[in-house]
Structures are given as structure tokens and as C-alpha cells.
Design a binder for this molecule. Structure first.
Ligand SMILES: *Cc1c(COP(=O)(O)O)cnc(C)c1O
Length: 397
């Protein structure tokens, strides 16, 4: 960890300075779900006279747990497009993070994890994952010459699994669910000295997920709402933290409202935002990247929600499928269902004149063809003749 970082436990408040890499709070940490003792990292204040454009032009190392820019792989992660669109008379900005090297937002965490692991001298990175985190760390490790071991539950979606294998990761499928994969990855970390990328468990994953906030703020010194699809709540916490740090350093005018968007059948983050007795009914949604029964980062989301403005929207699977098609057809951006959930959430939100709304599009639609197959069918072939084409086109000539 870089010199000067202090860690605060989001659950017990224990605060300490460290130069060593730590996973959870040394006083109350417990990795069983939802994780207890997730750490909130704080950095020394940036120079008073630093301007946003100077900060933006840098590698952001002052606010990341990475010492040297050389520790990153030579690969463009983040710095993704932010498109202005007007939809149904409302202005909205789309942050297209499907355009990352492995086509998901997870690359932002993986690249910082990979650089940090390199600075720690670790050669093998292990991750428990149901999909995108695994394929992402596999791709980033391939670029960096590190070994990735990806432990997945039996039912992990095939496309993401094959993607991880294509990058040369060692993919281990365990008989069991995500919890079993998570638990085994922790034991391997201890037994073999591997570096662990598990989401929320390693605070560096949250740090990596901040960087979209830096990019958005560079374009908009004032943002009103950010719509974020949430499963474990690491993307949401990361983006939130990024905006908080910019504001605390005087680089932006406000901290935007964070709008957590979850699927109706997988809403255990928003259900338990404030309650003293959290409950975790089994999650079911076709948006597999946000299907999470026990959100790992619940503690930090609650910690942030206590202090800062937020909102929550739940969307049904039908609304997600509809949003995926709508975004593709009207904006030319094909995203996976989890990302489409954010779009569905924005469409459902209260319209507000003059607000700067950002929607985070977190993954590519080519990662998961199943929902498309349900509604789209390859057309029957026709004879290569104008008359047949005329019939096929019907009234749409
Ligand atoms: C992981 C993921 C999410 C949700 O992120 P959490 O940190 O689990 O809340 C959303 N969309 C995509 C595409 C993802 O891969």
C-alpha cells in the first residue's frame, strides 16, 4: 500500500495507517457473507492549487493504491466514451464501459488490482467470480504476464467462462455456488500465498472502480444523479467514493446522488440499506451480473448511504429486456442485461429539468446472447430475387 494511506473499517470504525496490503479490518473482519470489516481507504489531501484538468491528465496515482504508472499493463482501460443523448425529450449522458478491453466495467478494478499485485511481488492472482470479474482479471493478467486462477461456481455462464479460458487463465469450476468458490479462493490465498481479487474483500477492487467518477467529473464539474446497476455494490461504492474524494479535494462542486438500480428479483442491497435485521431471500434475475443473494459490499453501501444522498430503483426482468432492446435500437449501444437495468432505471426515474443524469453502461451485450435469443429469431432464408425481397420487406420498402 502506498505511504500515507489510512484504512477505516466501515463496520466498527477502527482506523489505522498501513504500508502493508490488508484485506479486511484486523479487529472485526469476517469474510463470510455479507463481508464484515470492508476497508475504506483514505489518501493524503491533494495540493490546494491542483486544477481538475491537471488531475485528469495525470495517472491518478495520488488517489490510487499504486505507486508507479509503469505497474499498469500497456492497455487502455477506462477513459471510455461519455455520450450526450436526448431521449423522450430528456437529456442523459451514457458512460459506455462496454468499451473496456474485456468488455465490462470490471476491467477498472482488475487493472488496479493487477498493478498493486505486481508492486506487492505477487505472480498469481486468484478470483472467485460468476462471470465478468473472472474474465476481466484473466485478460488483464494475460497483458501483464501474471497468472490468473479463476474459481467459478458450477453454474457460471459459459460465454464468460470460455472468455477467461481463452485468455489462458486456469479456470476451476467448483461443485457449489459462489459462496463455495469464494471460500475456496480464500483458503488458496492463505495456503499458496496468491493475491486475492475477490470483490469487496480486497479493498483495492473498490479503489479501481472509482475511476469512472474522475472521467465524468472532468466533463461535468456538477453531476446530479448517477444510475448504477448494483449486485454486490462494489461499482456503486467505488463510483461514489470517487466523487466524494474529488469533492473533498475541491475539484468538483458537489457529490451527486447515487441511484442504485437492482432487479426486482435480486434487490437485497436496497432492501437492507437501513434495516437492523437484514434478510436475504434467494436472488433470481436474468441479469446474471447483478444476481446476488448476499451482497458482499453491503457494509460499505450502508456506510455511504448514511452519510450521502442516494436513491434506489428496482426494475423487473421484462423492463430489463425491453431496456436492452430499446438502448440498442435507439442509441446503437448493445449492452448485457445488468447494464440494461441501469437504463431501465433511468427510464423509470422522475424526470427533472436541467439535471445532469449519468447512466453507467457496465458490460457488452455480446457477453450474453440468451435474452436476445428469446425475442429475436434468425429469419427464414429467401430466394435471392427482388420479388422475394419485396415480399420479405412488406410495406417497409
Ligand atoms: C459486476 C457487474 C455489475 C454489478 O457490480 P457490483 O459491484 O456487483 O454491484 C453490473 N454490471 C456488470 C456488467 C457487471 O459485470
Amino acid at each position: 500500500m502506498r505511504f500515507g494511506v489510512t484504512c477505516t473499517c466501515v463496520d466498527c470504525g477502527h482506523t489505522f495507517a498501513t504500508k502493508e496490503h490488508v484485506y479486511l479490518c484486523p479487529q472485526c473482519g469476517d469474510p463470510s457473507p455479507p463481508i464484515r470489516g470492508v476497508l475504506y481507504l483514505r489518501y493524503p489531501k491533494l495540493p490546494e492549487d491542483l486544477e481538475m484538468h491537471e488531475f485528469f491528465a495525470s495517472e491518478w496515482l495520488e488517489l490510487l493504491p499504486v505507486l508507479k504508472a509503469d505497474s499498469f499493463p500497456a492497455m487502455r482501460v477506462g477513459r471510455t466514451p461519455l455520450y450526450r443523448r436526448v431521449v423522450d425529450g430528456r437529456e442523459v449522458w451514457l458512460k459506455d464501459d462496454s468499451q473496456n478491453p474485456t468488455w465490462s466495467y470490471k476491467d477498472r478494478a482488475s487493472v488496479v488490482v493487477s498493478a498493486h499485485a505486481r508492486e506487492c511481488g505477487a505472480k498469481t492472482i486468484v478470483a472467485a467470480s460468476t462471470g465478468n470479474a473472472g474474465s476481466s482479471i484473466a485478460g488483464i493478467c494475460a497483458a501483464q504476464g501474471q497468472r490468473a486462477v479463476v474459481i467459478v461456481p458450477e453454474a457460471a455462464p459459459e460465454a464468460k467462462l470460455l472468455q477467461a479460458m481463452a485468455y489462458g487463465a486456469k479456470v476451476i469450476r467448483v461443485k457449489g455456488d459462489y459462496d463455495a468458490a469464494f471460500e475456496l479462493s480464500l483458503r488458496a490465498t492463505e495456503a499458496f500465498g496468491w493475491y486475492n481479487r475477490n470483490t469487496a474483500y480486497n479493498p483495492v477492487t473498490i479503489e479501481g472502480k472509482k475511476t469512472a467518477a474522475f472521467e465524468i467529473a472532468q466533463m461535468h464539474p456538477r453531476v446530479d444523479r448517477v444510475f448504477i446497476p448494483a449486485g454486490d455494490g462494489v461499482i456503486a461504492a467505488g463510483v461514489w467514493k470517487g466523487f466524494i474524494e474529488l469533492f473533498e479535494n475541491g475539484l468538483t462542486r458537489n457529490i451527486p446522488q447515487i441511484v442504485l438500480v437492482q432487479a426486482t428479483g435480486s434487490a437485497n442491497l436496497v432492501r437492507n440499506l437501513t434495516t437492523d435485521n437484514p434478510t436475504f431471500p434467494a436472488a433470481h434475475t436474468l441479469a446474471d451480473s447483478i444476481q446476488v443473494t448476499v451482497p458482499r459490499n453491503l457494509g460499505m453501501i450502508r456506510y455511504l448511504a448514511e452519510q450521502y444522498d442516494h436513491d434506489a430503483i428496482v426494475v423487473s426482468d421484462d423492463e430489463i429486456v425491453d431496456a436492452e432492446r430499446h438502448l440498442a435500437r435507439t442509441q446503437g449501444i448493445l449492452v448485457e442485461p445488468a447494464a440494461a437495468a441501469a437504463w431501465a432505471g433511468w427510464r423509470k426515474s422522475r424526470p427533472a429539468e436541467g439535471l445532469v443524469d449519468i447512466v453507467l453502461l457496465t458490460g457488452s451485450g455480446l457477453k450474453d446472447l440468451a435474452p436476445l435469443r428469446e425475442t429475436l429469431h434468425a429469419p427464414a432464408p429467401i430466394a435471392p430475387e427482388l420479388s422475394a425481397l419485396r415480399t420479405a420487406m412488406g410495406d417497409n420498402k
